[in-house]
Design a protein around this ligand. Structure first.
Ligand code: NAP
Ligand code: FE
Length: 370
């Protein structure tokens, strides 16, 4: 047996945890640059809590509240410039995966005079600034991953870069901050967390430790399916989802994502389908494609979810990750050709070629079920 396990993030989970562990915010630096989206940091209440603590501690801060959904290189370059001008000594990311991923890019760009595309080298002359991550969605797990996923207009897709130095130093997980999410975003992000756990579990790079985490995340998601379908999402469900999302993040920190994410990026890039929903669209066909190669694990997923088979699974995914199926064969061909260039397919438990991706996409997007 051989494996490595490393998560470079101190996780602090619980209601009001930023107040309970405020010293973690106070000791990081004297000039904090806060990276967030236009609305979520305020709507969730997280920005107010953090700003109050910083003010009481006499820590100067500046807020960049212009992170787009699925941030582009141009977007993070803009924020990086301002962080550098502010002479920030730490970065606080507040929001969903978009602001958290942007915060990681900003942590590099604030201290390195490089073109944003050079982020993809993954090694930087000057150490990125320390990052505090405060998620307001329960999906990406970005608060415990070393990855940042940015939109590449030049390549017409999304692409991740990563470095161990980009693990946030501290992650505060308070499910109160996820209560202001809309129903749709709650479901979309929950499906993202689930897909991290499943793709990691079925990855060639899975390990005995990542499997333990993945199994727990799948089981937690299973407990949340009914509340998600019925829209009865109380605080305890939100805590389960946030915990599952963090576990999923720890899984992909070791395994990466595989087919589903690589396929999903095109739906997000070309059709603005939210990230998690784009993943959900491909889950059923992905499991069918891999079934003979990972029978035991896939049967275990169904068992953990309390469902019979792939058909029942597909029905649930259709209800959670509903999209309009108005795709042409030419579009699907293009998306499959972009997906095969991602790293994800090479980590899938069964070897994959471009035709396989085309097939999975076609079945998922041209299905008669909807
Ligand atoms: P998101 O793009 O961060 O946010 C989606 C929408 O939800 C935004 O409009 C956002 O508003 C809103 N929102 C977020 N939290 C809210 C709250 N508590 N109350 C009200 N509105 C809220 O969504 P996400 O799914 O969390 O992140 C997706 C991004 O993460 C993608 O770019 C994806 O590729 C990436 N990702 C990263 C990793 C990783 O390991 N780093 C893994 C998976 C996915 P604002 O615009 O105001 O923020
Ligand atoms: Fe994801």
């Amino acid at each position: 047996m051989e494996y490595r396990f490393y998560i470079g993030t101190k996780v602090i989970f619980g209601k009001n945890c930023v107040f309970a562990s405020r010293q973690e915010l106070e000791k990081l630096g004297k000039r904090a640059f806060i990276v967030c989206g236009r609305n979520s940091a305020r709507a969730s209440g997280a920005l107010k809590d953090v700003a109050g603590i910083l003010e009481e501690a006499g820590i100067a801060y500046e807020i960049y509240d212009n992170v787009e959904n699925n941030p582009t290189l141009e977007n993070v370059a803009d924020a990086g410039c301002l962080a550098s001008r502010f002479r920030a000594d730490c970065i606080i990311g507040i929001g969903g995966g978009s602001p958290l991923d942007a915060a990681k890019a900003v942590a590099v760009l604030a201290v390195n005079e490089i073109e944003p595309v050079e982020l993809y080298s993954g090694s930087f002359k000057k150490k990125p600034l320390p990052i505090i991550a405060i998620p307001t969605t329960a999906g990406t797990g970005s608060e415990v991953t070393p990855y940042s996923i940015l939109t590449r207009k030049d390549l017409r897709t999304k692409m991740s870069f990563g470095s161990e130095e980009l693990f946030p130093r501290v992650a505060f997980l308070d499910a109160r901050y996820t209560e202001s999410m809309s129903y749709d975003t709650t479901v979309d992000t929950a499906v993202d967390a689930f897909s991290h756990a499943v793709e990691g579990y079925l990855s060639k790079r899975s390990t005995p430790v990542s499997d333990v985490l993945a199994v727990e995340a799948v089981s937690l998601f299973g407990q949340c399916i009914e509340p998600l379908l019925e829209g009865k999402i109380d605080f305890s469900v939100r805590e389960k989802l946030l915990h599952a999302s963090m576990l999923g993040g720890m899984v992909i920190s070791h395994t990466g994502t595989t087919l589903v994410h690589s396929l999903g990026y095109s739906l997000t890039y070309f059709k603005s389908v939210p990230h998690g929903r784009a993943n959900g669209v491909f889950m059923k066909e992905y499991l069918l494609f891999n079934y003979e190669y990972a029978k035991e694990k896939i049967d275990n997923i169904f068992k953990l979810l309390g469902i019979k088979d792939t058909e029942e699974f597909g029905d649930i995914m259709d209800r959670l990750a509903f999209i309009k199926r108005d795709y042409s064969e030419d579009e699907i061909k293009l998306y499959a050709s972009l997906a095969i260039k991602q790293k994800g397919p090479s980590y899938n438990i069964r070897n994959v070629c471009s035709e396989d991706l085309f097939d999975i996409m076609k079945r998922s997007l041209l299905s008669k079920r909807l």
